[in-house]
Design a protein around this ligand. Structure first.
Ligand SMILES: Cc1cc2nc3c(=O)[nH]c(=O)nc-3n(C[C@H](O)[C@H](O)[C@H](O)COP(=O)(O)OP(=O)(O)OC[C@H]3O[C@@H](n4cnc5c(N)ncnc54)[C@H](O)[C@@H]3O)c2cc1C
Length: 354
């Protein structure tokens, strides 16, 4: 049985490890830090339409959204606990004329595609969502969207790896020993490693894959509690995501390298816009600020580099949680059945060279 070595314990690395272990492979995950990844500080929204995605990204994300029920059920069943996965819809709201006309324009396009949605114009939005402020001039409810609590999802994935006997090694990989498109081994800080197949899922960190144009986009999120909301509200300036025991307010988007420090400017921007959207949030209590790094690429789309005995999978940017089921499946199919995916071609790094 092939020995598979995965570098990185974010949502992409761990879910791929799970998938391959369930198919009978001998799997080892090597990570520098279990809790460093963007996956721990994510909004966890499953929101291809609220994000306004188009073209190949929309196809990829929609395919993953369709797979999410099975993925969430599988993880909950193995871990043995609930990951607060819900598909109650996301209300994509607009504040000014430009934002409103853009989301209504997208809604018409998505409607023709068969997307399950409801448009709220003028006073209808106030009647449907009485907690929203007068600033909100309209909205579109994307009924199949939703979210998952990513802290619980990550806990569940880590717990599942332990339960299934996936090896987890705390080490930093410093260098990939490569001969063309073939990986000979990994040089770690503590020791060196050899596997039959390698999967590199290092998120925004590209020290060991410097040929790929992946870079971090810092995001700050506020965690608050004490107010109950039913629905996720998503706008250009802020999103508000109710979870079972708290609410997340997100997110800043900053090119600030790997600076993990929260800023007063970030807190001010998010809390001001959240209270301007749902005034009742002024009564909530502040819990903390989360900081994470989205793995971005120049065209904001993922990257799959396929070698003779390896796959590098990164660049999931703003949609890595949503893209987890499809990503882990196509990687596992490649390892297991030598089956290629059209998405490997679509999201090949060749596009950056061209
Ligand atoms: C503020 C914010 C909000 C977001 N909201 C959403 C959302 O609502 N919906 C959504 O779908 N997505 C969202 N995202 C995006 C999503 O979180 C990411 O795309 C996804 O988590 C990336 O997962 P990953 O496994 O590729 O990387 P990560 O989770 O970053 O994991 C990378 C792992 O690699 C390890 N590593 C790196 N270098 C090395 C090395 N040399 N050796 C060993 N280990 C190494 C790290 O320690 C880490 O464990 C958000 C992101 C942020 C920051």
């Amino acid at each position: 049985m092939k020995r598979v070595g995965i570098v990185g314990s974010g949502v992409i690395g761990l879910s791929t490890a799970l998938e391959l272990k369930l198919r009978g492979f001998d799997v080892t995950v090597i990570t520098r830090n279990y809790e460093e990844g963007a996956s721990w500080t994510s909004g966890g929204m499953l929101a291809p339409y609220s994000e306004g995605l188009e073209g190949d990204m929309l196809d990829f994300c929609e395919e993953s959204l369709r797979m999410f029920d099975d993925f969430a059920n599988k993880v909950e069943k193995i871990a043995g606990f609930n990951i607060d996965y819900r598909r109650k819809g996301i209300m994509r709201i607009g504040r000014d004329e430009e934002e409103i006309s853009r989301i209504f324009r997208y809604a018409e396009i998505y409607k023709e595609r068969g997307v399950n949605l409801e448009i709220y114009k003028g006073n209808d939005i106030k009647r449907e969502e009485p907690l929203l402020s007068e600033e909100i001039k309209g909205g579109v409810l994307f009924k199949d969207e939703g979210g998952v609590d990513t802290e619980r999802l990550m806990d569940a994935l880590l717990f599942s790896t332990e339960k299934l006997g996936i090896r987890l090694i705390l080490d930093e990989i410093k260098h990939i020993d490569k001969d063309g498109k073939y990986i000979k081994g990994l040089e770690g800080l503590k020791k060196n490693y050899e596997f039959d197949v390698y999967i590199i899922t290092t998120g925004a960190w590209n020290e060991i894959i410097p040929h790929l144009p992946v870079y971090p986009v810092k995001g700050q999120l506020l965690k608050i509690k004490g107010v109950h909301l039913e629905r996720i509200y998503f706008s250009d300036s802020v999103y508000i995501i109710p979870k079972e025991n708290h609410i997340l307010i997100g997110a800043t988007s900053e090119e600030a390298g790997f600076d993990t420090r929260p800023t007063l400017g970030g807190v001010d921007q998010l809390s001001t816009m959240a209270c301007r959207t749902v005034p009742k949030l002024k009564e909530s209590q502040f819990v903390n600020v989360l900081v994470g790094f989205r793995p971005a690429t120049p065209d904001e789309k993922p990257v799959f580099e396929i070698g003779e005995n390896y796959i590098i999978s990164t660049g999931h940017y703003r949609n890595g949680i949503l893209l987890t089921p499809v990503t882990s499946k196509i990687i596992a199919d490649w390892v297991d059945k030598e089956k290629s995916s059209d998405y490997f071609e679509t999201f090949s790094p060749e596009r950056f060279v061209r």
